[in-house]
Design a protein around this ligand. Sequence first.
Ligand code: PBG
Length: 333
Amino acid sequence: MVAETTLSVDDLIAPLFVREDITAPQPIHSLPGVVQHTMDSLIREATELRDLSVPALILFGIPAEKDEIGSGAFDPGGIVQLALGELRENLGDTMVLMADLCVDEYTTHGHCGIVDDLGQVDNDATLEIYQRVALAQAVAGADIVAPSGMMDGQVAAIRAALDTDGFTDTSILAYAAKYASAFYGPFRDAVDVTIADGGDRKGYQQDPRNGREAMEEIALDLAEGADMVMVKPALSYLDIILRARLELNVPIAAYHVSGEYAMLKAAEANGWIDGDAAALEILTSIKRAGADLILTYLTRSIAETLHDHRPALGTGPRAIEPPRAELNPAGDD
Ligand code: PBG
């Protein structure tokens, strides 16, 4: 009765991977339970998520061929564009379709932008590519594009391109406070990305030591036209989520990323932790910190749990509180 926080299926966004050159779904070793989908298995999974009342998905593509500029990201025949079209055809308007907007999955060097002769990412040249990606995704049916490359000025560039071509209703979820994190490791397995020459993303992603800077990045993205902002990763950055919540009135998303999921699954597989209880506790904490939306690989299993706990008449909220016993190990309430 007095619970301050409830986790609901309405809060969840499912990240899904679709790969071009496969005929059967491929498991991802470092992300147990997550797969690279074929087009068919993607449609099936999305339909099942929709039937569990999950409101949204975000798509990542793995192309058959990569090149220097990541042209698969904006090719109308690129895997994500094709998938958006198929999803729209199969799901109509029953699910919000988001597309991650970046080129790292599509470039030979694995960076989130165009690389110059010195091997440095060229911020401004990259913006033109992002504009092409945004348009390709909007044309293909994305409701929301989610730029994740952390280039300066990316939101303004994308907004301008979308508006110029009449896509004024296509929203932007900005990966605004995105840290250069060790927790993205399993994701890079999932999308076959290795950054060239042992490189990293510290030139464009944020330093984990900085919190005030995150507020600056978020403010810039909002001023440039972002409709929603994201903090990423989630668990090591709950303070950033809280700060953003205290300062802002826009929707705030948090990405519970691949490495956070992998740690939980590894401990669960070893029998060291009660995975289901820990999952619920983690996502509830992210919500309590102030996130409105959570992108998480746990979406399907949590949605199934919440679905099973729906009131028999189906009229109540699709929400349950975390099991008391788990949150109060002493059991002395
Ligand atoms: C970039 C992107 C990354 C993730 C989402 N979008 C990887 C990166 O910045 O290196 C990571 C998501 C996760 O770890 O679950 N396209």
